[in-house]
Design a binder for this molecule. Structure first.
Ligand code: FMN
Length: 325
């Protein structure tokens, strides 16, 4: 398949692995890039410029294909060293950056100067238009189904993607709820030029996370995610578990009085416990409704090859067949 996204990022298949805290390490990013997609290392998981430089070097040892770095801007008590992290990205010759969480305009001049392509992830048409206006090369349009932060508008991809296609000039990929060939073909039909997957890539052999996490995704259905932190205007879609249900009880009890500190035990420091130690009940970790479409733990290459070959089958047989019937 050839789209503006494959051309822009110089990749074989229009499939991107979104940044994921404690999941987007060199093992997964390189596996996705080696299979012809675009793998992405999650910058903030490394935390410091020194560690990010090591992770990029590690990834480069595992693939000679292009891969990117995700930089997420979130409110933080002690903000990470963003200038240092961006400097490492530029110095290490990275050619793609995925930004998310807030307007990346402050960093665009230095990225453009280094000929780095920027894909900004956003959850609304107005933010996508803003990204286009400030000079982003592409956007990742993240629908209400997505794992992680879906924003506060609650517009699912069956509406959001065609709306993005109506308004945008720069290319965009679908994100949120994407799992297989059907997702890819539907995304292309709605005007996207590729798709971004998060949750689906966690349930792969190469994802460097505890097997309990992968099995939890295989077991989960589309009914097993919850939205948390809505009252704080920091909505996150997570897999339900004991910690999350406790958090939701606190939200109900405290209502408008809820403060971030009230739910710290359920949200702070959870990722290493879940992803590395396999304590999947520890608290809140992002997960999309797409868990309901995850039934196996293939290698990344098996997953991507399957998506591409089944997409060709859908386009060339099913759709053409319907048309000529
Ligand atoms: C466990 C997990 C961690 C994530 N961490 C981040 C992150 O640190 N930064 C970010 O921009 N997006 C993050 N995301 C969002 C993904 O990049 C992607 O946009 C989202 O998963 C797409 O929805 P899907 O899960 O339905 O595929 C995370 C998603 C998951 C499932």
């Amino acid at each position: 398949m050839k789209t503006r996204i494959t051309e822009l990022f110089e990749i074989e298949h229009p499939i991107i692995q979104g940044g994921m805290h404690f999941v987007g390490l060199a093992e997964l990013a390189s596996a996705v890039s080696n299979a012809g997609g675009l793998g992405i290392i999650t910058g903030l998981t490394q935390g410091t410029p020194e560690k990010l430089a090591i992770e990029i070097a590690r990834c480069r040892e595992m693939t000679d294909k292009p891969f990117g770095v995700n930089m997420t801007f979130l409110p933080a008590v002690r903000p990470p060293d963003y200038p240092g992290l961006f400097e490492v990205i530029v110095d290490s010759g990275i050619k793609v950056v995925e930004t998310a969480g807030n307007n990346p305009s402050q960093w665009l001049p230095m990225l453009k100067e280094a000929d780095i392509k920027v894909i900004h992830k956003c959850t609304s048409v107005r933010h996508a238009l803003k990204a286009q206006k400030i000079g982003c090369d592409a956007v990742s349009v993240d629908g209400f189904e997505c794992g992680g932060h879906p924003g506060e508008d609650d517009v699912p991809n069956f509406i959001l993607l065609p709306r993005a296609a109506e308004e945008l000039e720069i290319p965009f990929v679908s994100s949120g709820g994407m799992a297989d060939a059907r997702s890819l073909v539907a995304s292309l039909a709605m005007g996207a030029e590729g798709m971004n997957m998060g949750t689906r890539f966690i349930a792969t052999r190469e994802a460097p996370v505890h097997d309990n996490v992968k099995q939890a995704l295989v077991k989960a259905t589309e009914l097993d995610t919850r939205l948390i932190m809505r009252g704080l205007r920091n909505t996150e879609r997570v897999l339900t578990n004991v910690g999350v249900e406790r958090l939701i009880e606190k939200e109900k009890a405290l209502g408008a009085d809820l403060k971030f500190e009230d739910i710290l035990p359920e949200v702070a420091g959870i990722y290493p416990r879940v992803m590395q130690e396999g304590d999947v009940e520890a608290g809140a970790w992002s997960c999309g409704m797409v868990a309901g479409l995850i039934h196996d733990v293939p290698t990344v290459r098996e997953l991507i090859d399957r998506i591409i070959s089944e997409a060709e089958e859908i386009i060339n047989r099913r759709l053409v067949g319907i048309q000529s019937a």
